[in-house]
Write a protein of this length. Structure first.
Length: 437
């Protein structure tokens, strides 16, 4: 990987793309530290210090924003509204025929869906920004902080509107920066910004583990976390690269005087076909009852049950619910993202077949059978990886700060592998070596 980056910097046009990407990253990180108007920055810093390692319901969103959410900065919402909008549009494509038709139109249809995603991102940013301002004003953003209610001292409607508009504009800028990286930089811009946001929280999380440790002034715990993280990265890389290759043979056809087909290829089915989306879905769904209970008044039985069982990450009911939801969403997302009937029809249209399997419906049934079998280990793997922050290093009291687990490790490894592959492919295009040297 380091060799690929070194060769890329020696290539002029790739060096420009890499430097442009780094420049956008710097702008993005600066924006995560600029507070919005109407916020008492001193009170925010005091509450962040008091709530260190205990981010409660907002931990996932805070991780995706690179720590900007709890700082209530211009980029507080980060890339999360765009991720949510993309997932919603992807799910609606299966339900709404108009979106499905746009998806099949090629580049023009994809551009139209992208435009819809932008509009939905702005709408979600307004909704989430309003919720964040209301949460900060009520003091629920930092439930254990003594000055939580004084974070937003001015309760005027104009101040509230200004804060929501500022955060919505920040989300629009983040979306624009991501598209700039995609067009003029290296890799997928949104994925790169997500990668940077998560990686930015690693140093503080690791240092918090060191300060909480008791063995050799915390260095034993610190080294153990690093070792566990390296092992997990290796395991995640191994599983993410694993795939089932289904062989496909294309029959030879004569069109005029030319012969077409007669080639062999394969359909790569990844073990983790759903990626990190089931983990995000499960986390978001588990946040809903806890968030409703937090804002509800009174002391009802259901609120006490939710507070006791679904707000603590180490509670058995929470762990079991989290694991089962991940498994369910893994199968659900694979079912809507991979259509065996469509793949079988395309193979039949171009004269392709799987050796030993008849074309048409038998091929679709075979693909569904194989996909279900490899989704089981993929979903169980996702569930186990997502529970690592809670189950690992409990003896070190580091479960709340453990950085190498769950969503973070899956996203970092996935984006890192994809970016390196893009750099290597562009290097091969510019430094191709044939048989004659």
């Amino acid at each position: 990987m380091l060799t690929a980056f070194a060769r890329a910097f020696r290539t002029p046009d790739l060096r420009k793309k890499l430097l442009f990407t780094l420049g956008i990253i710097v702008v993005y990180r600066v924006g995560t530290h600029v507070p919005i108007p109407g916020v008492n920055y001193t009170a925010v810093q005091q509450c962040v210090t008091e709530a260190s390692g205990n981010q409660g319901l907002f931990g996932l969103v805070n991780m995706f924003s690179g720590g900007a959410l709890l700082q209530i900065t211009v980029f507080a919402l980060g890339i999360m509204p765009y991720i949510t909008a993309s997932i919603i549009l992807q799910l609606l494509t299966v339900v709404i025929p108009r979106l499905e038709a746009l998806k099949k139109e090629g580049q023009a249809g994809t551009a139209k869906i992208t435009q819809y995603t932008r509009y939905l991102t702005v709408a979600l940013a307004i909704l989430q920004g309003t919720g964040l301002v209301a949460t900060a004003r009520s003091g629920a953003l930092f439930s254990g902080c003594t000055v939580a209610t004084s974070i937003v001292p001015d309760r005027a409607i104009f101040t509230t509107i200004t804060m929501v508009v500022t955060m919505t504009a920040g989300t629009g800028v983040v979306m624009w920066l991501g598209e700039l990286i995609t067009d003029r930089g290296i890799g997928n811009g949104m994925s790169i910004l997500m990668f940077i946001s998560i990686a930015a929280t690693f140093p503080s999380a690791l240092w918090a583990i060191k300060k909480q440790g008791t063995l050799a002034d915390g260095w034993i715990e610190f080294g153990t976390v690093i070792l566990v993280g390296l092992v997990m990265v290796g395991l995640v890389v191994f599983v993410e690269q694993a795939q089932r290759r289904i062989p496909v043979q294309y029959a030879k056809r004569m069109i005029g005087r030319r012969s077409y087909g007669g080639t062999s290829t394969y359909i790569p089915l990844k073990v983790n076909q759903a990626g990190v989306i089931p983990v995000i879905f499960a986390s978001s769904l588990l946040y809903i009852p806890a968030l409703v209970a937090q804002f509800s008044s009174g002391n009802s039985a259901w609120k006490n049950w939710v507070t006791q069982n679904l707000t603590k990450g180490d509670h058995p009911i929470y762990l079991v619910s989290y694991f089962l939801l991940i498994v369910f969403f893994a199968f659900f997302y694979v079912a809507i993202s991979f259509n065996p009937e469509e793949v079988a029809d395309n193979m039949k249209k171009y004269g392709g077949f799987i050796p030993g399997i008849r074309a048409g419906r038998p091929t679709a049934e075979y693909l569904s059978y194989v996909l279900n079998r490899i989704t089981w280990p993929g979903s169980l793997y996702l569930g186990l990886i997502a529970l690592v922050p809670t189950m690992a290093l409990v003896g070190f009291n580091a479960s709340g700060n453990f950085p190498f687990g769950g969503t973070s490790i899956l996203i970092i490894v996935g984006v890192g592998l994809e970016t390196v592959k893009q750099i290597e492919s562009q290097l091969q295009q510019r430094n191709y070596e044939g048989f004659l040297r």
